[in-house]
Design a protein around this ligand. Structure first.
Ligand code: AMP
Length: 216
């Protein structure tokens, strides 16, 4: 199962990728997570990427392509993979096809997570992450309260720097301009494209995902 999860920021791709990756025992590669890790480590890659990430802009293709090429070549990815947050524009999608072709492989399917902008803005304002283990939480809409500690590891929860309202608006603009055209690109291609209604509870969306990819 070689999957791409496509959709706007806050659509739930990461949450659903974690659940599916655990269920079918294949790795998930989220370029955003890998870049944030590099930022935390203050590596040269992280220093370069941070300038773009803090503004909600795309990190240059050559930086991201290096990460994905390495991930796809790792032995773990031989059984399959889920790419979350990559590709984010047509040149990245073309590069992905080329990497896979070199390995005599191809995508099995692309899953598109459909959520409207107003819901995304609401979701991202409520998102809190654990900087220690990467777990993602949502403030309860009705109370705006969540424990400030991670359920899993006890880390102190925080909002992502790029989940500030003005940056979110920019990320959505960047998404519509660069990433949304991939929907038409994949529709015109030969890979199966599943369009999921990604509004609902995590469990509801997961049920739709499992039936789309034939895992239920
Ligand atoms: P995400 O966690 O997927 O929302 O990504 C966070 C940030 O990382 C994005 O706003 C971009 O700055 C950067 N990023 C992640 N994936 C990519 C990608 N495929 N291409 C370019 N930039 C990316």
């Amino acid at each position: 199962m070689n999957l791409v999860f496509l959709g706007p920021p806050g659509a739930g791709k990461g949450t659903q990728a974690n659940l599916l990756a655990g269920r079918v025992e294949i790795p998930k590669y989220a370029t955003g997570d890998i870049l944030r890790e590099a930022v935390r480590e203050n590596s040269p890659l992280g220093v370069e990427a941070k300038r773009y990430m803090d503004r909600g802009e795309l990190v240059p293709d050559e930086v991201v392509l290096g990460i994905v090429d390495a991930a796809l070549k790792s032995p773990d990815a031989e059984r399959g993979f889920i790419l979350d947050g990559f590709p984010r524009n047509v040149p990245q999608a073309e590069a992905l096809d080329a990497y896979l072709a070199q390995q005599n492989r191809a995508l099995s399917a692309v899953v598109y997570f459909d959520v409207d902008d107003e819901e995304l803005v609401r979701r991202l304002a409520r998102r809190r992450v654990c900087p220690d283990c990467g777990a993602v939480f949502s403030l309860r809409a009705e109370t705006s309260e969540v424990s400030d500690r991670c359920d899993r590891c006890g880390g102190r929860l925080e909002a992502r720097v790029d989940d500030k309202q003005e940056t979110v608006r920019n990320r959505l603009r960047v998404y519509h301009e660069n990433t949304e055209p991939l929907l038409a690109w994949y529709k015109n291609g030969s890979v199966k494209l599943f369009e999921l209604d990604a509004i609902g509870t995590v469990e509801e969306v997961h049920g739709r995902l499992l039936s789309a990819v034939g895992c239920s």
